[in-house]
Design a protein around this ligand. Structure first.
Ligand code: NAD
Length: 313
């Protein structure tokens, strides 16, 4: 991995102002989505808050307004076309247009493969993969009608990039989301709609129970001290607010032209994820028999196999 400029100097960039920009953030009642909604509102965007939990929607709308931002709420479960259309319609009815769709809503139903039920699989795929598809489709239709471009910010995960123990459903959905980002970046380029996947890591309800992180998260909440360096730098785990700057950046005019990327953020880290690509190639005239593959594998195409799974520590 290449490390670049870890000491940013803001001298060359004006403060990002999103006044006039209208954004939907799904699952923004709490956690990362709430941080994204608040940061977008603070930067001047008008925000449609969505969550399946109505109380969380009300609180989030209140928090964005209390900070001087504009927000309306939609309590509905992401996954269906109806919810996706309701979110886009609410943006248009309330604020006149739609510029940014952040598909953040998510759930976990972790189990190893042999214990995972059909419902565990379907529920996660419905919220993450189908929810991203339906919301992005509704947004793309509206943005193409407006004819002024737009931004789709999809939410991936290290689990989708690498695979993760116990997360068949979630890893599959998140890998699918990264694949959709690359596909839609191609399809929507002519409409000036940029599509990227973000790969966040943050201490939220979703991650706070991970055994390796829990004691440090609890300690930081008890003392008010920041999370320790080993978490912020090495694991890239910080607060939800730490991940929100990337969303504001991607929503802004500065990010025009950035598309088809998977961008990691968390704690003190900002990363560009590699996309899958062919790494080694060998040729056999007339094609490869099983025996020919066996003969050359260890010293040829298979000499340096890929690692998989999220590296621990
Ligand atoms: N926290 C992390 O480290 C991390 C890492 C990688 C990816 N992510 C992704 O970031 C996103 C947000 O995660 P988080 O950590 O803030 O989780 P969270 O559980 O704190 O928040 C998720 C929010 O989504 C809402 N939600 C669930 N199902 C919904 C539905 N069908 N429709 C609308 N809202 C729904 C929940 O009510 C909740 O408010 C998820 O897509 C998650 O997979 C998080």
């Amino acid at each position: 991995m290449t490390a670049v400029n870890s000491a940013p100097n803001f001298g060359g960039v004006d403060a990002i102002n999103l006044t006039g920009t209208v954004a939907v953030v799904t699952g923004s009642g709490r956690g990362l989505g709430l941080a994204y909604g608040k940061a977008l509102g603070k930067a001047g965007a008008s925000v449609v808050v969505n969550d399946v939990d109505p109380a969380a929607v009300d609180e989030a709308v209140g928090a964005i307004r209390a900070a001087g931002g504009q927000a309306v709420g939609v309590a509905a479960a992401v996954g269906s076309s109806e919810t996706a259309e309701l979110l886009v319609d609410t943006a248009v009815r309330s604020f006149g247009r739609l510029d940014v769709m952040v598909t953040n809503a998510g759930i976990l139903r972790d189990r190893v493969l042999w214990k995972m039920t059909d419902d565990d699989f379907d529920d996660v795929v419905r919220v993450h993969l189908r929810g991203t598809f339906t919301c992005a489709r509704a947004a793309a239709i509206r943005m193409r009608e407006q004819g002024e471009g737009g931004r789709l910010v999809l939410v991936g995960s290290p689990a989708g990039q690498r695979g993760n123990f116990g997360q068949t459903n979630y890893a599959a959905a998140k890998a699918g989301i990264a694949a959709m980002a690359r596909t839609w970046a191609l399809e929507l380029a002519r409409a000036d709609i940029m599509v990227n996947a973000v790969v966040p890591v943050a201490a939220t309800a979703m991650t706070r129970t991970i055994a390796a992180f829990a004691p440090a998260i609890e300690e930081s909440e008890r003392t008010g001290d920041p999370l320790p360096d080993w978490l912020r730098r090495d694991e890239g785990l910080g607060t939800a607010d730490d991940a929100a700057g990337l969303i504001v950046f991607l929503a802004s005019p500065v990010a025009r032209g950035i598309t088809g990327q998977a961008i990691g953020v968390g704690g003190d880290r900002l990363t560009l994820w590699a996309h899958p690509r062919e790494k080694v190639v060998a040729f056999a005239s007339g094609g490869w028999s099983a025996e020919a593959i066996a003969e050359q594998w260890a010293g040829g195409v298979g000499a340096d196999p890929e690692t998989y799974g999220i590296p621990a520590g």
